[in-house]
Design a protein around this ligand. Sequence first.
Ligand SMILES: O=C[C@H](O)COP(=O)(O)O
Length: 252
Amino acid sequence: MRKKVIAGNWKMNKVLTEANQFVDDVVNKVPANDNVEAIVCAPFPFLTSLVEKTKGTNLKVSAQNMHFEDNGAFTGEVSPVMLKDLGVTHVVLGHSERREYFAETDETVNKKTKAAFNHGLTPIVCVGETLEQREANETKGLVEMQVKKALDGLSDEQITKTIIAYEPVWAIGTGKTASSEDANEVCAHIRNVVKDVASDAVAEKVVIQYGGSVKPANVDELLSQSDIDGALVGGASLEADSFIQLVEAGAK
Ligand SMILES: O=C[C@H](O)COP(=O)(O)O
């Protein structure tokens, strides 16, 4: 059975004292259970503190983005070397907000995914369609292309370790969730794409999350689907109680 990965993506929210308080509130409530992995995806300024607070616990710390180069003249950017040095374990790549507002492309997502592996970070690679694309029946083709481009040139071992997050853009922060069947259909399609680019064995192991208005009230149904292996959660991950409920759902 694949483990469930519950990642709370705080986006650009909280200040340091709130971030610290959140981790203090949840860190001892994350079940020590092989069925679930719990991650907080925090803004850069909080990472040092959160890594320190979570040392030796079951809560992992992720960045929300990074550059693909190790270092250089890239003012305002943060490199994989820096994240690894801090003790961060995961990094979110290609989130639709990065694609929409910060010119992230499939090509840069691929470079960043490779850079993550070069530095021992686990990438959480986001893919997903807009409402317009869904209505034009382009979802599967689009997601397939995004996944293939993100994984291009990766070894089977690296693909196995990649976390893929399917997030329909129209369901992010809108309160509209894809029906669990629709979300599962796209996640199953992504698993087939992984079969094509790697192998059946890799596809069987790869973790595919769903994201888009996941909350305690709908998480059980989403996680009960055959191809949904966790959730990338925005709004409902900002409160400690709600985050822990989501993690507990993953541990069932
Ligand atoms: O990264 C998380 C997603 O963008 C989902 O955000 P949301 O749960 O607020 O819809």
